[in-house]
Design a protein around this ligand. Sequence first.
Ligand SMILES: [Ca+2]
Ligand SMILES: [Ca+2]
Length: 136
Amino acid sequence: MLAVGAVYLMGEPEDQPQVLCYEPMIVETPPVVWKISLEPASAKKGETVRLRATAYDYIGNPPAIFAVEAFLDRLGDPGKGIPLLPADSAFDEGCEEAYLDLETGELSAGTHRVYVRARDYEGTWGEPDSAMLEIK
Ligand SMILES: [Ca+2]
Ligand SMILES: [Ca+2]
């Protein structure tokens, strides 16, 4: 009686809910990263810099951030970066703030690019975003 793609109706339409069945669709719904901030964005060599980023997963099952990672200067393979920590202590929601304290003692003077990328619960990594860090 109930078939995929069919509308199941019993009795009067107004007092029975319509049940719709869909074929499951598998699509990648990568999260996005935005609002990367560096405090300070211009640091003395050796000074600790707080990196903050917000990640958002629009669609998923569930739509939730699983991990956020950073790369300095060269973007590496997904999952190989320095992990950021969840600001609220757990990556479990669609919108998460993450942070990382960057040690700058090993960095050369000049500008460095900091990349940030997020992964959702379904295992899809999003496109990286980046911000510039100046070491004096
Ligand atoms: Ca997703
Ligand atoms: Ca959370």
